[in-house]
Write a protein that binds this ligand. Sequence first.
Ligand code: ACM
Length: 262
Amino acid sequence: MTIVAVGQTDLEVGNLPHNRQRIRRLLDDADHAGVQVLVLPELANSGYVFADRAEAAACAEHIPEGATCRLLAEWSQGGRLVVCGICERADDGTLYNAAAVFASGEHKTTYRKLHLFGKEGDLFAPGDTPLPVIAHGGFRYGVMICFDWLFPEAARTLALQGAHIILHPANLVLPYCQAAMITRSIENRIFTATANRYGEERGTVFSGMSQMTSPRGAVIVRAAERWRGVLSAALDLALAEDKMITERNHVLNDRRPEWYRL
Ligand code: ACM
């Protein structure tokens, strides 16, 4: 069994010390709960509703040297894995809505959000890296960020790469994702773990209800809409290797991609 957790919190756009304190608190809670794999929300270092690109740039950090990243790297020592949404400034100054993955004290990969939501496109460059799957401790961990949920291709791409679970930092505002992730689980026979924010920022309300779902579409845990903390569950990730949805139907091998052309 692997103890997987989603951390849900409120954040304040532009208030970096506050956000780091919130992250530190979730890391401490996860530590006390014996968590081995932790998912934290999207843009957790910065907040979300930026006034303009200059404000986003002032919040951005380098991965993996930034202050938030150092906390994550430290927490991941001793065989743990953590993914956290980071407002990233690349070496050339480009801003990305990114997710940084650390495991066993090391930076494993950075995923940059492919499907930017709403006005994010005014602030961030769209992702320029493939959807990643990280091998760790005998299992495979896929990563996508928030609005990627709307595109079934994202979850399917991770499943086709052998991911047992999708780790999904989020700042959800539409009311559909929690239900959609049940479908993403069923159609790929995969676990999902969505870590969302709650609260309000400049008139935008985030929906909380962070959750984990099973390959059979069960909601394993779901947080309240307004709640701060770490919600964990012991998951048998190997269950995601059974892709048979009936005795005769394999959810990946039964696809007919040759007929999916327009
Ligand atoms: C979103 O992608 N943060 C809604």
